[in-house]
Design a protein around this ligand. Structure first.
Ligand code: NAD
Length: 473
């Protein structure tokens, strides 16, 4: 299977997607190694995860080069590696206490004489299926806490960005005893993975997520789904329009908008519309591309050529329905495909650019007259991943933020969930299913609970359940 280079457009790499039999053999090998991994205990595993972080650092040049070729961006690739090694060290530090705190020993309960103890039993094999927008980061976001919990992990990253897999596996193999396999494959490989695992963590689109969840349900495999979004930013009348414009630009366009928690709809209090656009448009025009020099500029190329087509079609649909493009709007073909930050006004809710996930640096802006109207517009639609509110005070932003149908809301900033995973968040509506990836739950979801009820007194005799002893009222 040929793989396209996002900077040049050339198909300069190839993978051989694993078939079901090869995948099943890898899954069986991981299962065989899992008991020894679990037996290391949280502290033992923490030491091995730190060793993996060190090995990733040691192999950094090859991993960096592969990620750069996968994504067409250099600084963000370095950031991905940093985030993953930090995550390995963070979970290594947190897991032992977290697992100890969650366990219960000899606790009295509702029945005199009976105590209970709860132990945490890892799912033996966790499967991960991940997308192309942050290949290393999203390939390992679920894998690291699952390993820390004591599971073996089988990861199937996107076929669009597979170059990082070999240097990553070189680091895993250098450590030796971490039961993690990251494999090359496409959608069929992903489909074959689902029934082979005991828990599935999927990140990707709603359409694929639905198929994966259905397959997981048939196989009785619990699944965590992290899916798409159409995150709104609300700019209230009390906001500073220049600050709001800077937030909108950053939260919409970082990583070329190829982030699930990108701001993709901007609602502005009508009196602020003009000053907001007057700040946003020149700021958008000042943004530069990382082409031809990868070491310069703000925005990388579209990683997936088809995504550029989707974005172009949304812009064309908006223009056909009466919207105006104030800046940007044209895909630049330099072999790879780029788009400068695009500001669109006269947008209506029936336009694809307002309703459907864009995954590009596009900012449709719509004015509103009342907060009521803004909340209703923000809450319309199918998604509920994240949202943002900018106001003159945090208290005012919070009051509106609490009314939004989203699992995370940034106040007086935007897309903070692209930087933080401190606290649990639920993905509302079609944006996901299952427990939180963020916060302590990110690890605890990989542990089943086994309770032991210990009878220290006299077991109830059958007579205690007799029909005869009940006296009618
Ligand atoms: P995608 O759904 O097309 O693919 C995701 C993964 O699923 C890939 O590895 C693919 O090979 C695999 N796959 C495809 N068909 C499959 C099948 N039938 N069974 C099993 N696996 C299958 O998504 P994408 O285009 O790679 O990524 C972009 C999407 O991911 C966007 O919608 C974005 O919002 C979402 N995303 C969500 C988050 C989040 O945390 N919520 C983070 C990043 C990206």
């Amino acid at each position: 299977m040929k793989v396209r280079n996002p900077r040049t457009g050339a198909f300069d790499h190839a993978i051989a997607p694993l078939d079901g039999a090869a995948l099943a053999a890898i899954a069986a090998g991981l299962r065989a190694r899992q008991p020894a991994w679990e037996a290391l205990g949280p502290e033992g595993r923490a030491g091995r995860l730190v060793a993996l972080a060190d090995a990733i650092e040691a192999g950094r040049p090859a991993l960096q080069a592969a990620l750069e070729a996968d994504t067409g961006r250099r600084a963000l690739s370095a950031r991905e590696i940093d985030t993953v090694t930090a995550s390995l060290r963070r979970w290594a530090a947190r897991a032992p206490a977290l697992i100890a705190e969650a366990a219960v020993r000899d606790r009295p309960g509702a029945m005199p004489g009976v105590t209970h103890s709860v132990s945490l039993v890892p799912y033996p094999l966790v499967g991960v299926i991940s997308p192309w927008n942050f290949p290393l980061l999203l390939g390992l976001a679920d894998a690291v806490p699952a390993l820390a919990a004591g599971c073996a992990v089988l990861v199937k990253p996107s076929e669009v960005t597979p170059r990082f897999i070999r240097p990553l596996m070189a680091a895993v193999e250098a450590v030796g005893d971490v039961p993690l396999a990251v494999v090359e494959g496409d959608g069929a490989t992903g489909a074959a993975l689902v029934p082979l695992v005991d828990f599935l963590a999927f990140t990707g689109s709603v359409a694929t997520g639905r198929r994966v969840a259905e397959a997981a349900a048939r196989a009785f495999v619990p699944a965590s789904l992290e899916l798409g979004g159409k995150d709104p930013l609300l700019v209230l009348a009390s906001a500073d329009p220049e600050r709001a414009a800077a937030i909108a630009l950053s939260a919409s366009c970082r990583a070329t908008g190829q982030a699930c928690q990108s701001i993709e709809r901007i609602l502005v209090a009508r009196p602020l519309l003009e000053p907001f656009l007057a700040a946003l448009v020149p700021a958008a025009e000042a943004v530069t591309l990382n082409w031809p020099d990868i070491d310069s500029g703000d925005l990388g190329p579209f990683i997936f050529a088809k995504q550029a087509e989707i974005v172009a079609a949304q812009i064309a649909d908006a223009v056909a329905k009466g919207a105006r493009v104030l800046t940007g709007g044209r895909i630049e073909d330099h072999g790879g495909l780029w788009l400068r930050p695009t500001v669109i006004v006269d947008v209506t809710p029936d336009m694809a650019v307002w309703r459907e996930e864009t995954f590009g640096p596009v900012m449709p802006v719509m004015p509103f007259d009342t907060e009521e109207e803004a909340v209703a517009l923000a809450n319309a639609g199918d998604y509920g991943l994240s949202a943002a509110v900018v106001a003159g005070s945090l208290a005012e932003a919070e009051a509106v933020g609490r009314r939004l149908e989203a699992g995370a809301v940034s106040l007086n900033d935007g897309a903070l969930t692209s930087l933080l995973a401190d606290a649990p968040k639920t993905n509302f509506r079609l944006s996901g299913l299952g427990p939180s990836r963020a916060g302590d739950e990110g690890l605890l979801r990989f542990l089943r609970r086994r309770v032991l009820y210990a009878q220290g007194g006299t077991p109830l005799p059958l007579a205690a359940f007799s029909e005869a002893q009940r006296t009618p009222a």
